[in-house]
Structures are given as C-alpha cells and as structure tokens.
Design a protein around this ligand. Structure first.
Ligand SMILES: CC(C)(COP(=O)(O)OP(=O)(O)OC[C@H]1O[C@@H](n2cnc3c(N)ncnc32)[C@H](O)[C@@H]1OP(=O)(O)O)[C@@H](O)C(=O)NCCC(=O)NCCS
Length: 164
C-alpha cells in the first residue's frame, strides 16, 4: 500500500469525507453533508484526514467545549463550540472498510491527541457503541459510563482520556 498521509482537512475534501462518513455509520447515525461542511468550515484544526493516492480514506472530526456533558445533539452541529474549551470532543472516527485494520484510525487518533495536547486541553471525550469500548481503551481512553444520548436510537457509552 502506498504511503498514508495524515493532515488537516481542506474544503476540497467535503465529498470524500462524506463518503467515509456514510461508509462508517448507518443512515440514522451518519452526519449530513451540511454537518460535515460545517465542521470543516468551523474547526478544521480539529479535523484530520488520512490520505493515500490523493484520496481520503479515513477521518476524525471534533469540536471543543467547556461542558462535561456531551450527550446533547447540539455540539455535533457546533452549537456551543468554543475553540478554547477545556475538552476536545470527537464526533466521528471512521476509515473506509477496505482500508481498515492497517492502523489508520490509530494514526488519526494519535495526530489528534498531539493537537489536543498542544492546545493544552484537559480531556478528550467521545461517545461510542458498546462493541468499541475495548477499542478505545486500547488507545488510552477509560469508560466513563452510559451516556444519556439516544442518537440514532442506539445506546452510547462515554469514553474519556485525561491529558493533564
Ligand atoms: C473503528 C474504526 C475507525 C477502526 O479503524 P481501523 O483503521 O481499522 O483501526 P486500526 O487499524 O487503527 O486499529 C487500531 C487498534 O484497534 C484494534 N481494533 C480494531 N477494531 C477493533 C474493535 N472493533 N474492537 C477492538 N479492537 C479493535 C486493532 O487491532 C488495532 O490494535 P493494534 O494497534 O494493537 O494492532 C473502523 O473500524 C471504522 O471506521 N468503523 C466504522 C465507524 C465507527 O464505528 N467508528 C467509531 C465511531 S465511535
């Protein structure tokens, strides 16, 4: 496989990021194209893509907030997003199926954590399904319990990584 480059998102990546989103999440959970656009426009500093052969094959996007409760839907639309907030919140981490299990998500997360540390954030928070708890534990997160979120009609678990 050719080299994988991890870089910040660019406006031209919208369509390919949307494809990664819809390949990774069922329709009731996937973010709309407009939402991805909003995340690119509002907080490209917290939005990373994995690129190979000039094609986006994975992405991680986020927002920032002082709030500790991330169960509401608003932040995902960047409502209440504060670039100086103490927490970074991961909205989506996804890799195209044919590129999975090659360490791409791990590289996206480590680049993102580097950025969170550089910005002197206190915590990284995210919500995930039960079957991915162990996956995020493997990347240094701890399980912080069941979230109040019912996004897409599913049960969500809160994961937390304290940076300082
Ligand atoms: C979850 C996802 C992002 C992982 O991407 P990936 O590029 O295949 O992950 P990596 O290859 O970087 O795997 C990192 C590590 O986690 C392990 N791992 C991968 N999937 C796992 C799983 N479902 N459960 C536990 N561990 C897992 C890998 O073995 C690897 O461990 P290692 O580095 O010790 O070998 C990918 O499967 C995906 O896009 N899924 C659909 C979208 C999704 O559910 N995203 C999470 C939203 S909360």
């Amino acid at each position: 496989m050719n080299e994988i480059i991890i870089r910040n998102v660019l406006p031209k990546d919208l369509e390919e990021c949307f494809r990664v989103e819809t390949s990774g999440f069922p329709p009731e959970e996937a973010a709309a194209r407009e939402t991805i656009q909003l995340r690119i426009d509002t907080f490209p500093e917290g939005f990373f893509v994995a690129e190979t052969d000039e094609r986006v094959v994975g992405m991680l996007n986020s927002g920032s907030t002082d709030k500790d409760d991330i169960s509401d839907e608003e932040l995902k639309q960047l409502i209440g997003h504060d670039p100086h907030g103490k927490n970074m919140v991961v909205f989506a981490l996804a890799v195209l199926p044919e590129f999975q299990k090659r360490g791409i998500a791990r590289r996206l997360m480590s680049r993102f954590l580097e950025e969170a540390r550089r910005r002197k954030k206190e915590n990284v928070l995210l919500l995930c399904k039960r079957h991915l708890i162990a996956y995020y534990e493997g990347m240094g997160f701890t399980h912080a319990g069941l979230s109040r979120s019912t996004h897409g009609g599913a049960e969500w678990h809160e994961m937390r990584l304290t940076l300082r």
